[in-house]
Write a protein that binds this ligand. Structure first.
Ligand SMILES: [Zn+2]
Length: 273
């Protein structure tokens, strides 16, 4: 599932082709998680002025509003430059296409939990963006900020990290990885985590995301090439997806439990309540 680093790497890869380009039109495939909320023709003629990210959302600033793009569970964006021969044949999972004067952007999303939503400048801030918590890579995010969000809650810290109002952009993979790095058992209730451990966790989140961003930087070419079969990059996971395998720190077999219907991986030795 695309999380903050994948969305950020996608954003960086698309800056050059998209910024300043002019939209010629758009077409829709099968229904995505949310509707576009405008006729595709209404996008035509608008220039793409900015490409930002908030949490896991990509925000494409146009002259009369913005397109909010969410990659859902399995979505990825692919760019096909003008004159790219493969651009003639869209695949069965390409459910949104944006045509510009420089080429075409396609949302490839087999599970269709992703979405592209039009949001006009005249409308109040979109509810999806309004409830988002702090950006973990910006200076305002620290242990104190995390402690204030966690300490009133009895819910397990792993589930709180997935709550986008606590911190924006974290999904299952980076929640597991950061908790391992911070030495915190993912089942610990939020209210039981001290200020000092919150500071370690905030630092671990930042470190994990920055590592993933560095790994993703090397795959930029894949995002932009028409044959980029995968939209995401492989993180050198310390715990995620490694249930039963030896902990990279203490060699004990890693635990795999289910929390809120999602898999959690951790080390019973290295992570404590
Ligand atoms: Zn261990």
């Amino acid at each position: 599932m695309p999380e903050l680093p994948e969305v950020e790497v996608t954003r960086r890869a698309l800056l050059q082709p998209l910024l300043g380009s002019r939209i010629r039109g758009a077409s829709l495939g099968k229904a995505l998680r949310w509707p576009l909320r405008c006729a595709p023709d209404e996008l035509a003629g608008q220039r793409i002025d900015s490409l930002d990210r908030r949490g896991k959302y990509l925000l494409m600033g146009l002259q009369r509003g913005q397109l909010i793009v969410h990659l859902g569970m399995s979505g990825s964006l692919r760019w096909h430059g003008a004159g790219d021969a493969s651009a003639a044949a869209p695949g069965p999972h390409e459910h949104f296409r944006l045509f510009t004067d420089r080429g075409e952007l396609r949302l490839h999303d087999p599970r269709r939990f992703g979405a592209v939503i039009w949001h006009g400048h005249a409308q109040p801030p979109h509810p999806l963006l309004q409830r988002l918590g702090p950006e973990p890579l910006l200076p305002g995010f620290d242990g104190e900020c995390l402690w204030r969000a966690l300490h009133p809650r009895r819910v397990a810290v792993k589930l709180l990290l997935l709550d986008q109002s606590v911190v924006a952009g974290i999904g299952n993979i980076y929640a597991c990885e950061a908790l391992f790095l911070a030495g915190i058992d993912p089942r610990t209730p939020g209210c039981r985590i001290s200020r000092a451990r919150c500071a370690r966790l905030a630092e671990a989140l930042r470190e994990t995301l920055e590592q993933a961003l560095r790994a993703g930087g090397s795959t930029l070419r894949d995002f932009c090439s028409s044959d980029g079969a995968h939209g995401h990059f492989q993180l050198q996971a310390r715990v995620y997806g490694r249930g039963g395998q030896p902990c990279r720190h203490c060699a004990a077999p890693l635990a795999h439990v289910v929390q809120g219907q999602r898999s959690t991986y951790f080390c019973r030795n290295c992570q404590t309540r």
